[in-house]
Design a protein around this ligand. Structure first.
Ligand code: PLP
Length: 461
């Protein structure tokens, strides 16, 4: 087998054996009997079996090859089975499998050093978690303890994780069945130019109005009670709606002026996804706390964390930080992070994501939008793009309702998959989120498949 590379095809199409398919059939049977899946009604759920994965490709239970343009849950930023990362995990396992968080371990120290190097100056302390949800929970806890305040401002149309507080911090329909009023979370309207809540007709207007709304919220809620403002630097699952120019800078200025800790969630947008190491790098914003997970080691072993400013860190020099996890900074996960970050640097993956976004994905999606009346908006950067489908471009009526699905969306997604591409989809959107080391040829192939599949969506306009 060969490695995925920024310049190569991204994978080799090796054979899927009968034995793999037989194992897949048995796995599917056992899965339906014993595995309880997240975010699903278990009865009708029919999960896809994956029997092999490599580079940008996966093979399903029938042995069909698919281009993985979902990056699973937008986490395999370096593609599947990157040999350097697989080797690092194997070597770490042979050396030391597990060490409790209170001890020193070289994989953990080295991962923290590399992550601090990626973060803006002044943020060099890393608290490790098992994933993104607990990273957000801890960032909020740190901000509350540091400021002595309780309220947290969080955006509508956001996703911050599935655990108790994180799902409540979330501003999307997954919160509804989990709602916990009284948790001190106050939601605000984010800047979202395509569906402006403020009636804006230009990006500049949207920035100005969204910031005025946010300042009103802060004043009306009482700045002295607000510990933190949490937002995704580029909201992911909620629609990859890139912030208009000046918005994040304005949020930073407002929070600073009111003594509110700014937490930017880089769980999905971070580690190269947008064509910069962190999405905030596009706007030169320095938050007080940054949360990360997913791309830090492409999810090869669960890992997340919080990067904190010197100021927040100083709060816990003379008093205990009351929180921790048995597997915090797990050596296997940290060894995978060190190898991932190193491979991303050596192979120029972040630069590849930027170039593909600027020169290939962006222009091609604009062509697709011009051609298909069902496409209301295309937006994104790097390897992080959304196609928003509508029944009517004037009214912007979505192709599937907020929080739901529709026959039309299912038909489009079916056509994309039949064309050999696995997309990431949410409500009325198709997300184009390939691994960062995907080849230009694979991107062009996948976008041609999506282009053809959108003929199906046009029939529903
Ligand atoms: N934050 C963002 C922006 C995410 O996209 C996600 C997951 O999709 C999370 C947090 C939660 O991360 P995890 O599923 O690792 O807990």
């Amino acid at each position: 087998t060969t490695a995925a590379s920024a310049t190569g095809s991204g994978s080799t199409a090796g054979p899927v054996t009968e034995e793999m398919l037989a194992r897949g059939r048995r796995a599917h049977e056992l899965d339906r009997k014993h595995v309880f899946h997240s975010w699903q009604a278990q009865g009708p759920f029919s999960p896809m079996t994956i029997v092999r994965s490599e580079g940008t490709r996966i093979w399903d239970g029938e042995g069909r090859e698919l281009l993985d343009f979902s990056s699973q849950l937008v986490n395999t930023n370096i593609g599947h089975q990157h040999p350097a990362v697989v080797r690092a995990i194997q070597e770490q396992a042979a050396d030391i499998c597990t060490i409790a968080p209170q001890h020193v371990n070289d994989a953990r120290s080295e991962a923290a050093r590399l992550i601090a190097e990626i973060a803006p100056d002044g943020l060099e302390h890393v608290f490790f978690t098992n994933g993104g949800a607990d990273a957000n929970e801890h960032a909020v806890r740190m901000a509350r303890l540091h400021t002595g305040r309780k309220k947290v401002l969080s955006a509508y149309r956001s996703y911050h994780g599935g655990t108790n507080l994180a799902v409540n911090l979330t501003g999307d329909p997954r919160r509804f069945p989990n709602d916990n009023p009284g948790d001190g979370i106050v939601r605000f309207m984010p800047a979202y130019p395509y569906r402006s809540y403020f009636g804006s007709t230009t990006e500049a207007e949207e920035t100005e109005r969204a910031l005025r709304h946010l300042e009103d919220m802060i004043v009306l809620e009482g700045a002295q009670n607000i510990a933190a403002l949490l937002l995704e630097s580029v909201p992911g699952t909620a629609g990859i709606y890139t912030p208009p120019a000046g918005y994040l800078e304005g949020v930073r200025e407002l929070t600073e002026r009111h003594g509110i800790m700014l937490i930017t969630d880089e769980v999905m947008a971070g580690f190269g996804r947008t064509g910069e190491w962190l999405a905030i790098d596009h706007w030169g914003v320095t938050p007080d706390l940054i949360t990360f997970a997913k791309g830090v080691n492409s999810g090869y072993v669960p890992l997340g964390g919080v990067i904190m400013s010197d100021e927040v860190y100083s709060s816990f020099v003379d008093r205990q930080y009351p929180g921790g996890l048995t597997y915090s900074g797990h050596p296997l996960a940290c060894a995978a992070a060190v190898a991932t970050i190193t491979a991303m640097r050596d192979e120029g993956m972040v630069e590849n994501a930027k170039r593909l976004g600027d020169e290939v994905i962006g222009p091609r999606l604009e062509e697709i939008k011009a051609k298909h009346p069902s496409v209301g908006d295309v937006r994104g950067l790097g390897c992080f793009w959304a196609i928003e489908l509508v029944k009517n471009r004037e009214t912007k009526e979505p192709m599937a309702p907020y929080g739901g699905s529709s026959d039309a969306m299912n038909a489009v997604l079916g056509a994309i998959k039949s064309g050999g591409v696995l997309p990431f989809a949410n409500f009325n959107r198709i997300h184009v989120v390939p691994p960062l080391n995907v080849s230009e040829d694979d991107v062009r192939t996948a976008l041609d498949v999506i282009d053809r599949a959108l003929d199906v969506a046009d029939q529903h306009v």
